[in-house]
Design a protein around this ligand. Structure first.
Ligand SMILES: Cc1ncc(C[n+]2csc(CCOP(=O)(O)OP(=O)(O)O)c2C)c(N)n1
Ligand SMILES: [Mg+2]
Length: 314
């Protein structure tokens, strides 16, 4: 569903129906799916950066509202004013969708603080990129999370690139999981491509964090199949075609399909039927989203501050 949904978003982008930036999660789906499977729906908190379409789709959000937001329509989660990078669905415990690299990591710690303060046994997952793991504010967040024993799991999604910069050009130590160690935070490097393995690891760690009320840091290894954003057409400047082809062979969806057929858990025909059904569903989602109008110009003043009085021109 995530893959087909984002394929459609890519088409919409190329048709000029998406304004601003758009970053797809293609190739990284096993990470969000596996970790989400370990969470209590509607209870545990999730926050991420701008590569944020997959999370709401698996957390129970309305896919029409997700696609409408991506296309800047008033029926979207941010009323069409946030776009692809600003999907939020508080009802389903998804707290966005943030464009400033690393800037959301203290918010991840803050969500965990709020849960702990209210004596609720919620676990917070805060995803961030390998590039974001260099941000100063991330180290401040790790410090406070460790100091206050916050039940937050920082997941560094190491997809080997920060925009057009390879990991070894941006990180002094490419073993990113070690960034938790100076703060005494339990830290591990884990696979991000085998969804069943991800789920097993996630269950173990989520349970540990819920029980022990302490932070955890995980580096998951995956690969960014596409360019940085939808407008990145020059990825051959920073990686070779051969490298890309080699890595995209590790497709987590193809891997799961292979597992299911080899173990006689699902036939190829059944999988194809699911694929067709999902494609039809995505078409219907697109139709509904694209028919939602763009926000009215005066809407630019609404939802900025809670006490905003647009008619007074504040
Ligand atoms: C503070 C800040 N600096 C720079 C940028 C521009 N920028 C957007 S994404 C990005 C790369 C981040 O890479 P990574 O954290 O690895 O995430 P990925 O895109 O791989 O998911 C940069 C430098 C930004 N949005 N915010
Ligand atoms: Mg990255």
């Amino acid at each position: 569903m995530i893959r087909r949904f984002e394929d459609k978003c890519n088409i919409a982008y190329r048709q000029g129906l998406v304004g601003g930036y758009m970053h797809v999660y293609i190739g990284m789906e096993a990470t969000a799916v596996g970790w989400n499977a370990a969470l209590k729906p509607g209870w545990d908190y999730v926050i991420t950066a701008y590569r944020d379409h997959a999370q709401p789709l698996i957390m129970g959000s309305d896919p029409v509202k997700v696609m409408a937001e991506i296309m800047g329509r008033s029926g979207g989660y941010s009323f069409g004013k946030g776009g692809s990078m600003h999907i939020y669905d508080i009802e389903n415990c998804f707290f966005g969708g943030w464009g400033i690299v690393g800037g959301h990591t203290p918010l991840g710690a803050g969500l965990a603080f709020a849960a702990k303060y209210r004596k609720e046994d919620r676990v917070t997952i805060c995803y961030l990129g390998d590039g974001a793991s260099n941000a100063g504010v991330f180290f401040e967040s790790l410090n406070m999370a460790a100091l206050w024993d916050l039940p937050v799991i920082f997941i560094i999604e190491n997809n080997e690139f920060a925009m057009g910069t390879r990991l070894e050009y941006h990180a002094a130590d490419t073993q990113l999981y070690k960034r938790g160690e100076p703060f005494g935070i339990k830290s591990e490097r884990l696979d991000g491509m085998d969804v069943l393995q991800v789920k097993a690891d996630a269950e173990r760690i989520v349970n540990w964090v819920r029980e022990n009320q302490k932070p955890y840091l995980v580096e998951v290894m995956n690969y960014r199949f596409a360019g940085h954003g939808a407008a990145d057409n020059d990825r051959q400047l920073y990686r070779t075609k051969e490298e890309e082809d080699e890595n995209t062979k590790r497709d987590p969806i193809a891997r799961l399909e292979k597992y299911l057929t080899e173990n006689n858990l699902m036939t190829a025909e059944k999988m194809e039927a699911i694929n067709v059904e999902i494609e039809e569903r995505v078409e219907a989602i697109y139709e509904e989203a694209v028919n939602s109008p763009h926000p009215e110009p005066h809407e630019v003043y609404a939802h900025v501050y809670s006490d905003m009085e647009p008619e007074k021109g504040h």
